[in-house]
Design a protein around this ligand. Structure first.
Ligand SMILES: O=P(O)(O)O[C@H]1O[C@H](CO)[C@@H](O)[C@H]1O
Ligand SMILES: O=c1cc[nH]c(=O)[nH]1
Length: 263
């Protein structure tokens, strides 16, 4: 069997030599993100997976879209792991859930609520979907450098976009609303669809994973009668991810030269 048949990774062979990958959901954002790298070059377009390569401080970086939701995101990460990538950063959008989370700000998830089906086929529900500490720390440092406001904490990853936005239309309305309200009461910052899957498969395959999420809107603020515009410009999120990778590259080089063990 050709293990990469579904492929994100596509025709990428294991000699590609990239350790870092940036994972937007939307294929159309791949070229935009690659524009922040040195020598960007398109690699492949297959199903929801569009990929580019480029460089940051001499290190090869892949940018590859995951599509929407856990199933396709885990395929991307699995196949990146197969070709030697060991650090992945999701770069996506989310909707704010707390009043202090405003459009245009960033979320750095420390962990994700596993309200989705894919990761149940990896490991039991008690296991947390957590981001890698070193990756979160580097992204936090990067955000400070970029000068963008970030919120660090828990995000909700769910399968049904319309279950979030139009629960009234679902026969499972009561359950959806009860859970969403519980997440808000417990302090979940924002809602999206892939972090849990990216974090769990990364943990299981021993990759480091993190995420930077751009807040496009906050429907909870709207419901409370507070201002909330829609903002789709991901420039600050992209700057934060590329700066975060630069920090990770530097740290890895430093630890390699002092023979510190990374994992
Ligand atoms: O902007 P992206 O990365 O696609 O992320 C968010 O947007 C999509 C839903 O609108 C889902 O994929 C969700 O996680
Ligand atoms: O509200 C939102 C915004 C982006 N992505 C989601 O899944 N939900």
């Amino acid at each position: 069997m050709n293990e990469k048949v579904y492929g994100s990774s596509i025709d990428l062979d294991s000699g590609i030599g990239a350790k870092y990958a940036i994972l937007p959901g939307d294929p159309e954002r791949v070229a935009v993100i690659a524009g922040y790298l040195e020598n960007p070059k398109p690699l492949s377009v297959h199903r929801e997976y569009t990929s580019y390569e480029g460089y940051l401080d001499g290190e090869k970086i892949l940018v590859i879209s995951t599509g929407m939701g856990g199933p396709s995101a885990t395929i991307a990460v699995e196949e990146l792991a197969m070709i030697g990538v060991d650090t992945v950063i999701r770069l996506g959008t989310c909707g704010g859930m707390q009043p202090e989370v405003r459009s245009g700000e960033l979320i750095l998830p420390t962990a994700a609520i596993r309200q989705e089906g894919t990761t149940k086929e990896y490991v039991y529900g008690e296991f947390p979907a957590a981001a890698n500490f070193d990756v979160v720390r580097a992204l936090d440092e990067a955000a400070e450098k970029v000068g963008v406001k970030v919120h660090k904490g828990i995000v909700q990853s769910k399968d049904s976009y319309y279950g979030q936005h139009m629960p009234d239309r679902m026969p499972a309305e009561r359950d959806l609303k009860e859970h969403y309200d519980a997440w808000i009461r417990a302090g979940a910052l924002a809602s999206e669809m892939e972090c849990a899957a990216v974090f769990i498969v990364s943990q299981v395959r021993r990759l480091r994973a993190g995420a930077v999420l751009h807040v496009i809107w906050n429907k909870e603020r709207e419901r409370a009668g507070l201002s909330s515009k829609t903002t789709r410009d991901l420039d600050l999120a992209i700057q934060t991810v590329t700066e975060g990778i630069r920090i990770l590259i530097k740290k890895r080089k430093r630890s390699e030269s002092t023979n510190e063990i990374q994992f």
